[in-house]
Design a protein around this ligand. Structure first.
Ligand SMILES: Cc1ncc(COP(=O)(O)O)c(C=O)c1O
Length: 412
């Protein structure tokens, strides 16, 4: 059994959509992936057979409660937690993070320090800057080295001090693709008694997470980046989710996870997210070693996926570097490829990222130009005034032929 990209593609109905006969090439995956058939089927099934609100005495409400419980359990397996009550759903990662920040603020005092990084998407920066502003905390920054595209180790040591109470880091960059050693940061932060929040939005589509191995206190990601619906989710340690005080309305259930899931959730979104997790399980069963538990099947699914994406990523990197005038801002050496996701930020001498994206779009090849909210990264690379970078993001259904089509146009 091995990874079979054609079988994967057959699981995504949108891949067969054409525009005036031209197929679409989706290389915009870091901005949002296409949705898999299992997620669509789960959503349809929920809306037809179980659509209502929670905790009622009748059939559809029982089915809704069951679905919500099952989805929390699946997501707990997905992040490596053993407690479904530690999973919180919300509209998107940004909204959940702002929600948590408002509550964590009550644990801080003026003069406390919090740490953010220059490699993050702004969804893991601004919520904490606002929290610091509200309580009079001091903000410290972890920098990255524009020569190595990794956190600058001295900057990590300088940023985390005995006054640090909270540290927010990114698992994988949405601009340069680096996977960071977040376990190392968590260890340093815990040594001074600080809490650690990990943004795993860009890591989750490519590698299986394990919150206990990382040792973080919170982790957030977005199902629409891993072949599911537009939704966000976070994991937090039960002790913290129970002791922090969420902004909630009085009649709403005060137990986990409900106390953090304000108002009526997108139940159909949860159904689709469950379908996305089942898709990864299917990969593990059909293309990998399978396994007795959901977590085992996820481990084997992600292991065959990582191998495929690493090889396809190398093919794209090698192809880009062979084009005159192209610079990739990110790790490119073969030995470093397991420290990155296949999200490639590049510039081409004399070419504007917007214009390149427009040209590719004319051939139905979808990529993002600009800063994609990673404004600190683009600024640190000195690219703000130059229109940022062109971001090419591979997903599980992309092929060598699609990469060739992109390279041919960029080489023009
Ligand atoms: C690394 C990273 N963090 C956070 C976000 C924000 O996620 P959401 O759209 O779910 O709020 C994104 C979205 O692109 C992202 O790439």
């Amino acid at each position: 059994m091995a990874y079979d990209v054609q079988r994967i593609r057959d699981e995504f109905p949108s891949l067969s959509v054409t525009d005036e006969g031209t197929p679409r090439i989706y290389l915009d995956n870091p901005g949002g992936t296409q949705i898999c058939q299992r997620a669509i089927d789960r959503m349809n099934d929920y809306l037809v057979n179980a659509n209502t609100n929670t905790h009622g005495p009748f059939r559809t409400s029982h089915l809704t409660d069951e679905l919500i419980n099952e989805t929390h359990a699946a997501l707990a397996d997905f992040v490596g937690a053993d407690d479904p009550g530690e999973i919180i759903f919300g509209q998107n990662m940004t909204t959940i993070t702002l929600h948590l920040a408002r509550s964590i603020a009550h644990t801080l005092e003026p003069g406390d320090e919090i740490v953010v990084t220059r490699m993050d998407h702004d969804a893991n920066v601004s919520p904490w800057l606002l929290m610091a502003r509200d309580v009079g905390a001091t903000v410290k920054w972890i920098d990255f080295d524009p020569a190595t595209y990794r956190y600058d180790p001295s900057s990590v040591d300088e940023a985390i001090t005995s006054r640090t109470k909270f540290v927010a880091v990114n698992y994988a960059s949405n601009a340069i693709g680096t996977v960071n050693d977040v376990a190392m940061v968590a260890q340093k932060a815990h040594a001074v008694g600080a809490l650690v929040f990990v943004d795993a939005v860009q890591y989750a589509p490519h590698f299986l997470m394990d919150v206990h191995a990382i040792g973080c206190d919170f982790l957030a990601c977005s199902p629409y980046k891993f072949y599911g619906p537009h939704q966000g989710m976070a994991w937090g340690r039960r002790r913290l989710l129970e002791s922090l005080s969420p902004y909630k309305v009085r009649p709403a259930d005060d137990t986990l996870p409900s106390r953090w899931e304000t108002g009526t959730q997108s139940h159909e979104g949860m159904a689709a997210t469950l379908g996305a997790i089942e898709h990864f399980e299917w990969m593990g069963r059909e293309m990998g070693a399978g396994g007795a538990t959901r977590r085992d099947r996820l481990v084997s699914g992600f292991s065959v996926l990582a191998e495929y994406e690493r090889e396809l990523g190398k093919y794209l990197i090698d192809g880009l570097l062979s084009i005159p005038g192209v610079t990739i801002h990110g790790l490119t050496a073969e030995a470093d490829l397991s420290d990155r996701v296949p999200t490639i930020g590049m510039v081409k001498e004399g070419s504007d990222p917007d214009a390149m994206a427009e040209k590719l779009a004319a051939a139905n090849i979808f990529v993002w130009p600009g800063h994609y909210y990673a404004i600190e990264v683009i600024e640190r690379l000195g690219l703000t005034a130059k229109g940022g970078m062109l971001r090419i993001g591979l997903g599980q259904y992309n092929t060598h032929a699609e990469v060739d089509a992109l390279l041919n146009l960029l080489d023009d």
